[in-house]
Each structure stands twice: as C-alpha cells, then as structure tokens.
Design a protein around this ligand. Structure first.
Ligand SMILES: Cc1cc2nc3c(=O)[nH]c(=O)nc-3n(C[C@H](O)[C@H](O)[C@H](O)COP(=O)(O)OP(=O)(O)OC[C@H]3O[C@@H](n4cnc5c(N)ncnc54)[C@H](O)[C@@H]3O)c2cc1C
Length: 529
C-alpha cells in the first residue's frame, strides 16, 4: 500500500475570504449608515465602496504582513557617529499603509464627520496595525486645536494635521500616563516651566503610544500650580526632523506588550522640551478628558464594533464550510446560538456607535462644557446622557469585543488560535488593550456612578434610564430605572464592606445592561428601517 496525502483543503474558505469586501458584504452596516446619516447616504455609500476596495484587500495585506514577529518595530538610540537619535524603526509595510491611510485626509475640512466615521469603521476592521491609535490621537489633537489654536505655532500644527504641508500629513499622539498612575492624571508629576517667554517640560511619561508621531498632547503641571495643564509638544523643532534631533527628550525604551504590537509604546523623559500651552492652564484635565479622551473613547466603541463585525463575518463564513461528524458546523445548535449572540453584539455595537455619534455631533460644544452648564434643562440632560453613553460604550464594547473574538476563534476550533490561519489572534490581543487604555473599566464605572450622584437633584437616575432607553422594552426600563435609583443612593467609594462590594457588582451589571439596552434599541431601529 502506498501513502496518499490527505486531500483536505481550506481553499473554499480562502477563496471566499480573499474576495470578501468589508463594505459590500455587510448589509447591516450599509443600513446603519443609511439610517443614521440619511442626508449624506448616496455620497457616503460611494465613499465607503471606494475605500473598502482598499481596506479589504491591499491595506488588509499590508496590515497582516507588518504583524509578523520579524517585522516588529524597534528603536535605534544612536547613529553610527554617536548622535542620540531615538529613531523608531518600522517595517516598510507600515510606512506605506500609514502614508495611504493618512493620505485620505480624514480630518480635512473637505471630509464630513460621517464620512470620517464610515471610513474609520472600515479601516479599524484591520485591527490596530499602527493606524487606529495614531488616527484617533490625531483626531483628538485636531479637535483640541479647533478650540484653542490661538498662536501661529498651534495654527501651523492644526493645518499640518488637517490638510498637510507639502503633502505630509502630521500624526498626533497623547502622553498622559506616568509610572505612578495612568488613571490619576491630576497626580501627574511632569513639570512645565516658563523659560525665556516660552514653556519647557521636565519629567517622565511612561506610556507613550504612537511614539513616532509628529506632535504629542501632553499633560504637565506648571511649576507653582496645583492643577495640571495641557500642552502640545512637537517631536522635532523646525528643521530638526531631517537631522533626527528630538525636541529635548529621550525615548528610553519601547515596551514589549501583548497586543497592538505594530504600534510602539515608549517610555519618555522630557528634559526641557519646548511645549505650547493649549487652553487655560488650570483646565488641562477637563480639556483632555472632555475633548481628547472623548474622541479616543468614541473610537474604542467604533473599533470594537468594527473588529466584532469582521470576526463574526469570518466565523460565519467558516461555519458554513467546515464539517464535523458529517454535519456543517454552523448547523450544530450550540454553534448557531454562539453565532447569533455574536452577531447581535456586533450589530448592536455598530448601530449604537453610529447613533451615539449622531447625537454627539448634534451637541453644541461637544462635551467640553461639563455637567453643570447654564443651558435649558433639556439640553443639560441630553449632554449628560451622551457623556455617560461615551463612557459606557467604551467599557462595555471593549469587553464584548474580546468575548466575541474569543468565541469567533473557538468556532475555528484549533485553527482559531493559529497566527497564520486568520487575523483573529491578533485582533483578540488588540482588543484586550482596548479594554485598558482611554479609561479602564473600574475607573469609568466609578466616574459614571459619581456623575449620577452629582446630577440627581436635577436629573433623577430613573429618568436617565428612561431617556437612554426611550423606545425600548417597558419591563427592562422599569427594572433598570429602579436599579439606578437604588444604586445611586448607595456609596461606591466607601470602605469595601459587604454592602459596598455587592453594590459594586450590581453597578457593573447595571451599566452593562443599560449599554446593551441602548445598543439593542439602535439595532432594532436599523433593522426596521
Ligand atoms: C498598550 C498600552 C498603550 C498605552 N498608551 C498610552 C498612551 O499613548 N498615552 C497615555 O497617556 N497612556 C497610555 N496607556 C496607559 C493607559 O491609559 C493606562 O494604563 C490606564 O490609564 C491605567 O493606568 P495604570 O496602568 O496606571 O493603572 P492604574 O491607574 O494603576 O489602575 C489599576 C487598576 O486600578 C483600577 N482603578 C484605578 N483608579 C480607580 C478608581 N478611582 N476607582 C476604581 N478603580 C480604579 C483600574 O481600573 C485598574 O483596574 C497605554 C496603556 C497600554 C496598555
């Protein structure tokens, strides 16, 4: 008897996957765009089809080629002539991808907010790829400067990020976290000192992603001030980029991390870096949270929706082609249930992200104005809902995304964890990072609880629930409204005794249910359209 190789192949699945166009395949996403951006639909549909032709093929391949271990970015501290350069070395695939994606000019005045959103949703389906974080950081920097660019330097930076200079579109980053605490920004130690009519920074930042960026939004405490201010720090002063002379700071190390590995996260020491103050210096924390982190948090929701959509699409296609025990695996009831649950989460998060963004766009002044404005009550309440939903969506969708990608991997069985079988393991690791940055879960749960308590005299917790879940199932609204009333009356930050711990468990579950309720309503609205 002679050996004959096993003829089994995955070619059928691969043939589908190689031709899958993210936008064309996704009828639910098309409906979502049509429903929430109705006035721009025809134009958006054309723009989405055009960019999807790049994202789903060429950019997907570039992202995947850059993600292999041998292409990991690294740092070269010195050149051959003993000059400190701290050069971030990234593979050619990343450089080409970055040039093409940023070349779309998503932050240009020619690009409408919804066009930007639709394009970002499609781009994010390729995972971090050293694109997602820099994109959202640039978006936050642009939004910040649109409020506060009141000097020639800041106006130049704004133009560089939005329209580009001589074809070069600038990239932003945001450095808040220090070694003693990332959540506790008011405890920052990096110091801003006024010298010779300008500001310079001194001290260490410990989590600096998009280390290659042209400009960083940096929190620092002006000497002799109790409050943290906000600054924009160029990576290079004019004329020094080509000579690789950084703006009086060193990148001490690039972190070794489990996800978003194509993106460097550095540890930086400022030693007199020139910094441009942005906005009132005693309002740095309010501005970084109200403007910059608002966009990053919205992006975490959008990225999570995008990644879930891709994971579900690929798991669904695989489940229709793979057989076990003579049955197509998608026909096993247990697999079917998983697919349905994953699809509901992916669609709910997608519809919820677009609905929230539409409402956010309708908010005069964004979230910058804080909770207690002198606006009419109706407007204050609307602003409050959106502020809470941005935090809720951030924590719930990031966690859902990790769960969905893990389940999607399980549909692929053992192949699900193979790095070169699909992008799912990479998306899974990226998703775990999304849970941590831009406000970890416990921090935001605490903030939401504090917010509910702060406004209770003009916005009852039960009314918040009823407003966020307008159009939803009456039983769910009644249950969650009464839970909100009960939990808001209890302390969350008190000593961790039995009652407080139970309140924390219930508050976490309440926040998850409230978010899922909002997303389910959005999903139903889109489905019925
Ligand atoms: C890959 C990666 C890249 C990053 N890139 C950047 C970057 O570019 N710029 C930047 O500024 N930061 C960046 N960060 C840092 C990130 O924002 C912080 O890790 C995050 O803010 C948490 O801070 P921490 O790590 O110091 O944790 P801690 O603040 O020490 O928190 C630890 C735990 O305590 C909980 N906790 C803290 N405070 C409270 C509270 N008040 N109530 C209840 N629970 C609380 C947290 O939820 C968490 O579970 C990055 C992080 C990662 C993982």
């Amino acid at each position: 008897m002679s050996y004959s190789p096993n003829p089994y192949t995955f070619d059928d699945f691969l043939e589908w996957r190689n031709q899958a166009d993210y936008y064309a395949e996704d009828l639910f996403f098309q409906k979502t765009v049509k429903f929430y951006a109705a006035g721009e639909w025809e134009y958006l549909d054309r723009a989405a089809r055009e960019i999807s032709g790049k994202v789903s093929f060429r950019w997907k391949e570039l992202a995947e080629a850059a993600a292999v271990p041998e292409k990991q970015p690294y740092i070269t501290h010195y050149d051959g002539h003993n000059h400190r350069i701290d050069r971030i070395v990234r593979p050619m695939e990343t450089l080409v991808l970055e040039k093409e994606v940023f070349g779309e000019k998503l932050f240009s005045k020619q690009t409408s907010p919804f066009e930007k959103l639709v394009k970002m949703y499609l781009i994010y389906q390729n995972g971090e790829a050293c694109i997602a974080c820099p994109l959202t950081c640039t978006e936050g920097l642009v939004a910040l400067l649109e409020y506060y660019a009141d000097t020639p330097e800041l106006r130049h930076i704004l133009a560089h990020c939005k329209e580009g200079i001589d074809g070069d579109i600038a990239i932003g980053s945001q450095f808040l976290s220090e070694i003693q605490g990332g959540s506790d920004v008011p405890a920052n130690l990096v110091e801003a000192v006024e010298e010779e009519g300008g500001w310079r920074l001194y001290g260490d930042k410990f989590f600096c992603s998009a280390t290659h960026a042209d400009y960083a939004v940096v929190t620092a405490r002006p000497r002799v001030s109790e409050k943290v201010g906000l600054f924009v720090v160029p990576a290079w002063l004019p004329g020094n980029r080509e000579r690789e002379i950084r703006n009086s700071y060193t990148i001490n190390r690039i972190k070794w991390k489990m996800g978003t590995s194509e993106l460097t996260t550095g540890e930086i020491s400022y030693n007199g870096a020139v910094a441009y103050p942005v906005g009132p210096l005693d309002k740095g924390v309010a501005n970084v949270v109200g403007i910059v982190l608002t966009f990053s948090r919205l992006t975490v929701g959008l990225t999570s929706a995008a990644v879930m959509a891709r994971a579900v699409r690929e798991a669904m296609a695989y489940s229709r082609r793979r057989t076990a025990f003579g049955v197509t695996i998608g026909d096993f009831p247990l697999v079917r249930v998983q697919m349905e649950e994953m699809e509901a989460l992916a669609q709910g998060t997608t519809a919820g992200a677009f609905k929230l963004y539409r409402d956010f766009l309708g908010l005069d002044g964004g979230l910058k104005k804080g909770l207690n404005t002198d606006e009419p009550l109706e407007m204050k309440r609307k602003r409050f809902n959106i502020r809470q939903l941005i935090m809720l969506q951030k924590i719930v969708s990031a966690q859902d995304c990790t769960d969905v990608v893990r389940t999607a991997m399980s549909v692929f069985g053992g192949h699900g964890v193979m790095e070169d079988f699909s992008a799912l393991p990479r998306l899974y690791r990226d998703s775990a990072i999304n849970e941590l940055w831009e406000g970890p879960r416990n921090v935001l749960l605490t903030q939401i609880h504090r917010d509910f308590q702060r406004v209770a005299d003009w916005y009852r917790p039960g009314d918040v629930v009823a407003s966020i879940l307008r159009g939803g199932e009456p039983d769910t609204i009644t249950r969650l409204a009464s839970e909100a009333e009960a939990l808001t009356a209890l302390p969350l930050l008190a000593a961790p005794d039995k009652t407080v711990l139970q309140t924390c468990r219930r508050w976490d579950a309440f926040c998850t249910d409230l978010t899922h309720g909002f997303q389910a309503i959005a999903r139903a609205e889109v489905a019925a359209s």
